[in-house]
Design a protein around this ligand. Structure first.
Ligand code: NAP
Length: 252
């Protein structure tokens, strides 16, 4: 039984960057927002700002995802929108020098994390009568680039999952969308370069990248289309970027 008359949106990886901005944006258009991530302190801060509910979540752990889905069900009894945003990249090594642990992490968080949470919430999304699964992929899902193989492989996996889900849900009241951003200024590069702030800053030097709010605005637009409209895929880039590694910079 639903305990709220508002639609409920679940956002994974909502403790920072695109996920936090998406939680704020969806709260702004009338959703009761549930925020999931591992850093509960940061998650609670974002939740407080947007009147949402913070629930600890590690998308790489079966038990954590099961407990999260149970908590959503207990508190709200419904789920209308799932934003699969938790993810990221680790390293830029060549295939020859690839770090297997980094690849494993990228596959676990991006692909299996998206799979776990989607599986757990799909019954509620179908039951809502107008569910939506919106997954944050990347330009890396469309375009291989030097040093990107592990992240390319993971985001290609997310794209495959999302596109197959769309096919398999045909006839069910659930829409499926993949949003693939290019460069967005968040903690993404700091994570990718394992805390090296100088390398992370260099990614955005002399360029105007997308902001987390730009992507959140797109998620919110997708979520608020009429029920018969499925936005299947979006590639969104900064004006200063035309492909994964072609970027206009005013300084190097
Ligand atoms: P970010 O600021 O580093 O955010 C990543 C989020 O994922 C954090 O909230 C983090 O929260 C969460 N996360 C990581 N591992 C998790 C886990 N095991 N369980 C639950 N949550 C987890 O970077 P962002 O740019 O906003 O990234 C959001 C998504 O956009 C990612 O899927 C990324 O691949 C994608 N993307 C980013 C860019 C870009 O240039 N920034 C471009 C294209 C796509 P905790 O650490 O608190 O768990």
């Amino acid at each position: 039984m639903s305990t709220t008359s508002n639609p409920v949106a679940v956002v994974t990886g909502a403790s920072s960057g695109i996920g936090a901005a998406t939680a704020r944006a969806l709260a702004g258009v009338g959703y009761d927002v549930v925020l999931g991530a591992r850093r509960l302190d940061r998650l609670e801060e974002v939740a407080a700002e947007c009147g949402g509910t913070a629930i600890e979540l590690d998308v790489t752990e079966d038990d954590s995802v099961a407990a999260f889905a149970a908590a959503v069900d207990e508190k709200f009894g419904r789920c209308d929108v799932l934003v699969n945003n938790a993810g990221g990249a680790l390293g830029t090594e060549s295939v020859a020098e690839a770090n297997i642990d980094d690849w494993r992490w990228m596959y676990e968080v991006n692909v299996l994390g998206t799979l776990r949470v989607t599986k757990a919430l799909l019954p509620a999304l179908v039951a809502s009568g107008d569910g939506q699964v919106i997954s944050i992929g990347s330009i890396a899902a469309r375009e291989p680039y030097k040093g990107g193989a592990g992240y390319n492989a993971a985001k290609h996996g997310v794209a495959a999952l999302s596109r197959v889900l769309r096919i398999e849900l045909l006839g069910q009241p659930v829409r499926v969308c993949e949003i693939d951003p290019g460069m967005v200024h968040t903690d993404f590069s700091l994570v990718r370069f394992k805390g090296d702030q100088e390398k992370a800053d260099a990614v955005y030097r002399g360029v105007t990248p997308l902001t987390a709010e730009d992507v959140a605005d797109t998620v919110s637009w997708v979520a608020t289309r009429p029920a018969h409209v499925n936005i299947d895929q979006i590639l969104m880039l900064a004006r200063d970027q035309t492909s994964a590694q072609v970027v206009h910079r005013t300084e190097q």
